[in-house]
Design a protein around this ligand. Structure first.
Ligand SMILES: Cc1cc2nc3c(=O)[nH]c(=O)nc-3n(C[C@H](O)[C@H](O)[C@H](O)COP(=O)(O)OP(=O)(O)OC[C@H]3O[C@@H](n4cnc5c(N)ncnc54)[C@H](O)[C@@H]3O)c2cc1C
Length: 446
């Protein structure tokens, strides 16, 4: 009997996982909460991607699409989220239709008939997956599970991990990356808009807002200096991402964007307008507040399986040191796969954006390598699972200590910079590729 691999989420990584599962002669069961594939990407379709097509297409998916009349996009051009859907995910989704169950939100996964505490028979019992949706509650069974549900639908709140007073349910607050130039334009044009956050979502939103006529833009930057968000620049190997930082720096310099550095939100007052209050007593008055402070995984669905997660980042423990924002600004992450992503629950994996937990930066290319390796492991091909088949570009923004870095880490980083050349060679050897870009300067880091 063929093994069934349940895949939670039909985002780019879930769909890629399904392509790999089919190539390995197993059966995917793709459970997606939305009415269409790429439900999260649809929400940020207006966003220009900072990685080009070369890094956005999975290889098993490519093999699946070849021969269907599909036209491969120019590898060097940069799609928007909407392009990613139209030119890649939608055709891939159509090719996977027989295995796709839309409108099914996974609410729980467990071992069939075995509760979390019980050892006996655990590894031989199948997974039982409960979904909710228009069709009502359903129960599905599978031999293995890949949870690729992303983090998009769980934005971080404006406080330190928790919503501040006045935040919850506030109609003047938007999360993530609103479509400032399109769908949501009327909400922001000609208004006073404050943006809280310092990652790429905040940066992209700030730039988009500054293009709206009559909109006054204030950047509430939690860091003491905005230099890191502006960093990257020309040193960033992903040129589109570097350009974002450069643009932002220019807009700040010419006064188009007002910056409030070291702004730690403590509460929000709402009347005729909104006032954002900082812990140091500063008050910023605006009509709208955008909170772009990142995302977090939904772990509630995993309550009945044995997962091991880093206590801070909520990602697999082995992955944590590689992507820890205390140590890296963006995570100079070596390609990794089944071994690093394994949990105590056999044949259960978290992949894609969700595998990074609360760590901020994730690349599709990393996710594709994850699921290639995971599916190889599930198929019993442990040699292929252990092999590294990905060489990531070394980016300027991934080459420095992170915003929370302690002094020893800063010192270690300075030491590392002194050994740049040796590092570069080691990295090239580690990922088995002939060339790898030189790490950039630490000050080029976000
Ligand atoms: C604005 C933005 C721009 C980005 N740009 C880039 C870029 O340029 N390059 C790059 O490499 N990466 C980029 N990323 C990062 C990352 O590659 C994307 O977030 C990517 O979409 C992650 O893919 P995923 O499949 O892991 O998760 P998602 O795309 O988030 O897909 C998860 C899917 O799971 C579904 N789901 C969620 N919960 C459930 C549930 N309980 N049951 C069933 N289904 C569920 C969702 O509806 C969704 O369809 C960007 C991210 C964002 C937010």
């Amino acid at each position: 009997m063929k093994r069934t691999v349940a895949i939670f989420g039909a985002g780019p990584v879930g769909l890629a996982a399904a392509a790999h599962v089919l190539e390995r002669g197993m059966v995917p069961l793709i459970l997606e909460q939305g009415d269409a594939i790429g439900h999260a990407v649809r929400a940020w379709g207006h966003v220009p991607m900072f990685s080009n097509w070369r890094y956005n297409i999975d290889r098993a998916a490519l093999r699946r699409l070849e021969g269907t009349g599909w036209q491969e996009p120019d590898p060097e051009s940069h799609p928007t989220g909407a392009d990613l859907l139209r030119d890649y995910l939608d055709p891939l989704g159509r090719s996977l239709e027989p295995w796709l169950r839309l409108g099914r939100r996974v609410v729980a996964v467990s071992r069939d008939g075995i509760d979390k505490v019980k050892d006996q028979g655990r590894e031989t019992s199948r997974f039982l997956i409960e979904t909710e949706g228009a069709a009502g509650p359903e129960w599905h069974r599978a031999d293995a599970v890949i949870d690729a549900t992303g983090t998009w639908f769980q934005p971080n709140p404006g406080g330190a991990g928790r919503p501040v007073p006045g935040e919850t349910g506030n109609a003047r607050i938007t999360y993530g990356m609103p479509d400032v130039a399109g769908r949501d334009r009327a909400r922001f044009e000609g208004k006073r808009v404050a943006v809280l956050g310092g990652g790429h979502s905040a940066v992209g939103t700030l730039i988009a807002l500054s293009n709206l006529p009559g909109t006054q833009v204030t950047w509430l930057c939690r860091a003491q200096t905005s230099a890191r968000a502006v960093g990257g620049g020309a040193a960033d190997q992903l040129a589109a991402r570097g350009a974002l930082g450069t643009d932002l720096g220019r807009l700040v310099d010419v006064g188009r964007i007002k910056v409030e550095n070291g702004f730690r939100l403590t509460s929000v007052e709402t009347g005729a307008s909104l006032t954002a209050l900082a812990t140091d007593g500063r008050r910023v008055v605006a009509d709208e507040l955008v909170i772009a402070t990142g995302f977090r995984p939904d772990l509630s669905i995993l309550r009945e399986v044995r997962v091991a997660l880093d206590p801070a980042l909520e990602c697999p423990p082995v992955l944590a040191p590689l992507i820890d924002p205390n140590q890296h600004s963006c995570g100079t992450v070596r390609p990794h796969g089944a071994m690093e992503l394994a949990h105590p629950e056999r044949d259960f994996y978290i992949a894609g954006m969700k595998s990074y937990g609360r760590a901020p930066t994730f690349l599709l290319a990393t996710g594709y390598e994850q699921v290639r390796s995971i599916v190889a492991a599930l198929a019993g091909d442990h040699v292929a699972a252990a092999r590294v088949e990905l060489c990531l570009p070394e980016t300027g923004v991934c080459n420095g200590p992170g915003p929370l870095a302690s002094e020893p880490v800063q010192a270690a980083w300075a030491n590392r910079l002194a050994n740049t050349e040796a590092d570069t060679e080691r990295e090239a050897a580690a990922c088995g590729c002939a060339t790898i870009a030189e790490p950039a300067r630490a000050e080029a880091c976000c």
